[in-house]
Design a protein. Structure first.
Length: 420
């Protein structure tokens, strides 16, 4: 669909559809982050095994990987608002079952993992449709600001959501699930009223060529491939989120409230960085800035690994989140600005395989490695691995290392200097 036209100096939130979208996404993000804290603590309380925390990531990773390409095709073939709306309704049902099962005392580790798997299935279809909606809600001149604002909403939810989830967990996990379900219900109401004029293209059969069109698109753009694969391996190696319950209980000797603070710390850093990015354009040295931030992400992970005090751990996670936000905005802008609307669903689906699923697979990898060498050593190895990945990617993708602007001038070869 053609994007709205912006007037000079127009407020981002003057666009009602974007405001409704932003509020809905923030509400559902609040709910999901609260659920993540409750599920992690509940599973660890049942089993006391770090490996089982990794399984939470695995059961989300499997549907994200297997369903990504079909989900991208669906996002390009059907009305995207309805896809996101349907996904939120199903996620509301899964969380409601978690609440009901807890109240009835019928939740086992297997039941929790099955319901988390259900959340993974719905999010696999939600992600490409949701990402593809954003360019149709604001004019092109406001897209990078909208992405930063969209990120700030999600990060704000990550700040208060885990902390609130940790506090409410004192009253019982069923309270956390109940409040989360209400937040999802609010998101459903906002999406129901949202006006989004997306005219799907002529229906195409789901052939292998059509499903893999996003892969073909990215393969012929080295900068995009380099950005999303860099993030994949950095998060895969450097992510320590899955092990936070272990650090909270066994190393930092804190409880659910402390776990909530640890989960929120990266989001605080990311939120403050997103505020800065929403007001400043990335016009020069985009490639070097991104590589420097990913390297700093690795260093912050190493500091967190060796910390034995809560304040230092929180500071390291704060820095980790701030550096990661820069990479996320660069990656998202590159993908959205370089992709035509009729392919955004499939390209976003491939992006999801590289980016979003790296979080779940990284959690499984962290849990598996922690079971073998301990949580501290596993996190330290991940930070060192992130630095090695940065060095390799700077060598393998010289055009990305030299990239100056997010948007290239028409006709310029990939890697040529450009400004926004």
């Amino acid at each position: 669909m053609p994007a709205p036209t912006a007037a000079t100096g127009e407020s981002l939130f003057a666009h009602r559809a974007f405001t409704q979208f932003w509020l809905a996404r923030t509400a559902s993000s609040f709910g999901f982050q609260m659920v993540s804290v409750a599920v992690g603590w509940q599973v660890y309380a049942i089993t006391h095994r770090a490996f089982d925390l990794g399984l939470i990531g695995l059961v989300q990773f499997i549907p994200s990987l297997l369903l990504a390409l079909p989900a991208g095709h669906v996002a390009d073939q059907f009305e995207r608002r309805r896809i996101v709306l349907g996904a939120d309704i199903l996620e509301f049902c899964c969380i409601g079952l978690l609440a009901l099962g807890t109240v009835l005392g019928a939740l086992s580790e297997t039941t929790i993992l099955l319901l988390v798997f259900g959340l993974g299935v719905t999010k696999a279809f939600e992600w490409p449709a949701m990402q593809s909606m954003l360019p149709g809600l604001v004019p092109p001149s406001l897209l990078t600001r909208a992405m930063a604002a969209n990120g700030s909403g999600g990060q704000a939810a990550m700040i208060m959501g885990p902390a609130l989830g940790g506090l409410l967990y004192i009253l019982g996990p069923e309270v956390v699930y109940g409040v989360s379900a209400l937040l999802y219900l609010a998101a459903v109401g906002l999406l129901w009223r949202l006006r989004y004029e997306h005219i799907p293209p002529r229906r195409e059969p789901a052939t292998l060529k059509v499903l893999f069109a996003g892969v073909h698109f990215i393969r012929h753009r080295p900068a995009v491939l380099g950005v999303i694969s860099l993030d994949l391996f950095a998060v895969l190696l450097g992510g320590a989120t899955a092990l936070l319950p272990v650090f909270a209980r066994d190393i930092l000797h804190t409880g659910p409230w402390g776990l909530g603070l640890l989960r929120a710390a990266p989001a605080v850093g990311a939120l403050l960085m997103s505020f800065w990015l929403a007001r400043h354009s990335l016009e020069r040295r985009v490639g070097p800035i991104m590589f420097a931030c990913v390297a700093a992400f690795g260093v912050a992970t190493m500091v967190f690994a060796v910390s034995t005090t809560l304040w230092l751990s929180l500071a390291a996670l704060f820095a980790l989140g701030a550096f990661d936000m820069v990479s996320m905005v660069i990656r998202g802008a590159l993908v959205q600005l370089d992709t035509p609307d009729d392919m955004r669903g499939r390209v976003s689906a491939v992006n999801a395989i590289f980016i979003n699923t790296s979080n779940q697979l990284g959690e499984f990898e962290s849990g598996l490695l922690a079971a073998a060498v301990g949580a501290v050593n596993a996190t330290l190895i991940g930070g060192v691995g992130t630095l090695l990945v940065v060095g390799l990617w700077m060598w393998w993708f010289p055009s990305l290392r030299q990239r100056q602007g997010l948007r290239e001038a028409p006709g310029k070869p990939e890697g040529a200097s450009a400004s926004l």
